[in-house]
Design a protein around this ligand. Structure first.
Ligand SMILES: Cc1cc2nc3c(=O)[nH]c(=O)nc-3n(C[C@H](O)[C@H](O)[C@H](O)COP(=O)(O)OP(=O)(O)OC[C@H]3O[C@@H](n4cnc5c(N)ncnc54)[C@H](O)[C@@H]3O)c2cc1C
Length: 384
């Protein structure tokens, strides 16, 4: 079955068994990054570069706290987003997004709240485009529970929650395995989001679920999601350069497993970065093994906190500019996966500098060269 014609979809997910779920990072790490393996039904197929969608549920403790704050019991009947009857308790666990607060939820809450709600004028003052930055400031680090605790009494009928809150939606994770090696499973690499804001410990909805309540043997609804814009070159001998710090390394594990399993001859160069080598080197043994058996031609690592001066993947790229340029001139494909906010921009700038240096040309001409790479699908991004 091709990845474009999946039987299981976002609205009809597959109830997949959790086969493996362990922490990749060391106890001393500031992060918790997990390796996860989920079972696939026969016929479910993916291609390296694809993602897996995982549908999480809210924590029981959060659901209870919301029910308590709203003075509801949980057995109240509600009509869900598809007008299907459900209990409030189940809807709060599986259908309503009670996590990270959105500006939209604050606006809707302020609109339906009775005048007696404390601080209602303040909430109303956050509406509209002109007040966007103040509203952003208010919702930052807050969840729905904060809103109904700080401004209680706004919800008088359980059904109103479907006006105020959004749907609980799946989260996407880059696939970290190749079916050539693991026909019946999909692997992924998940960083568990945890933070402390406004006097409470918080966690990401889906990564928190995977980190806390997804023991081996339990099940989770999943679906495979094709990404035609992140693909290995068709010519198996074409060299590839992969830049994947942190969980950004996931699709490159898939690429490498694929090329290894099929005995493909193209050269592979991986840049990996994290905070510390001792605690954060994800899949260290596997990648070092690939270096030994020749699957990886080069493995360059950047551990930012291992020395006083921070070193990132783009610094490693800069150190090897001539070699990078030589690979590009040999037709190499260049891939970036991971953090969209800073890393991808810094890597792109370094790539532009590499081109300008290699071609001995102006920044404008380097940009044209990069645009050509994009047109030829030789520069592909999967950033989030
Ligand atoms: C195509 C694609 C591929 C992806 N691949 C991967 C992957 O391979 N591995 C991976 O781990 N993730 C990946 N992601 C990200 C992933 O989908 C989720 O967004 C991520 O796991 C967080 O989701 P969550 O439900 O755990 O957190 P959510 O409940 O969505 O919460 C995350 C939000 O919490 C808030 N937050 C986080 N930290 C803080 C803080 N310190 N202070 C205040 N607020 C904070 C932020 O607003 C943040 O947006 C990918 C995303 C996409 C789109």
């Amino acid at each position: 079955m091709s990845t474009e014609t999946q039987k299981y979809t976002r609205n009809n997910p597959y109830e997949s068994k959790m086969l493996v779920n362990y922490v990749l990072t060391d106890r001393d790490s500031e992060k918790e990054t997990r390796h996860i393996e989920l079972a696939l039904e026969e016929g479910m197929a993916y291609t390296p570069g694809d993602a897996v969608g995982i549908q999480p549920t809210n924590r029981d403790s959060e659901v209870e706290a919301v029910l308590k704050a709203l003075n509801f019991k949980g057995d109240e009947k509600v009509l869900d987003f598809f007008k299907k009857e459900d209990t409030l308790d189940n809807a709060l666990r599986t259908k309503l997004h009670i996590g990270k607060l959105t500006r939209g939820s604050v606006n809707s809450y302020a609109k339906i709240a009775p005048e007696s709600v404390p601080g209602l004028d303040f909430l109303k003052s956050l509406a509209g485009q002109d007040n966007k930055s103040r509203a952003e400031e208010y919702v930052w680090g807050r969840e729905f529970l904060d809103l109904i605790t700080e401004h209680p009494g706004g919800i008088t009928d359980p059904q109103q929650l479907f006006t105020v809150l959004q749907r609980l939606t799946p989260r996407m994770y880059s696939i970290a395995s190749s079916q050539a090696k693991h026909p019946d499973a999909v692997h992924t690499t998940v960083r568990v989001v945890r933070y402390h804001t406004h006097s409470r410990d918080r966690q990401g909805l889906c990564s928190g679920h995977l980190g806390e309540r997804a023991d081996e043997g339990s099940t989770m609804p999943i679906f495979l999601h094709a990404n035609a814009n992140f693909r290995l070159p068709e010519d198996t001998e074409t060299p590839v350069i992969m830049v994947g710090p942190g969980t950004g390394v996931a699709p490159f594990r898939s690429f490498l497993q694929h090329r290894q399993a099929h005995g493909q001859k193209g050269n592979n160069w991986l840049f990996f970065g994290e905070q510390r080598s001792a605690s954060d080197f994800l899949y260290k043994q596997e990648f070092e093994g690939m270096l030994k058996d020749g699957t990886l031609t080069r493995l360059d690592t950047a551990f930012s906190r291992d020395q006083t001066k921070k070193i990132y993947v783009q610094d490693r790229m800069r150190e090897s500019r001539q070699e990078l340029w030589a690979w590009l001139e040999r037709g190499a494909y260049f891939y970036v996966c991971g953090d969209a906010s800073r890393m991808a921009k810094d890597v792109e700038q370094t790539l532009l500098d590499t081109i300008a240096d290699g071609k001995d040309c102006s920044p404008e001409h380097a940009q044209e060269y990069l645009n050509d790479l994009k047109k030829q699908k030789r520069y592909q991004l999967d950033v989030y």
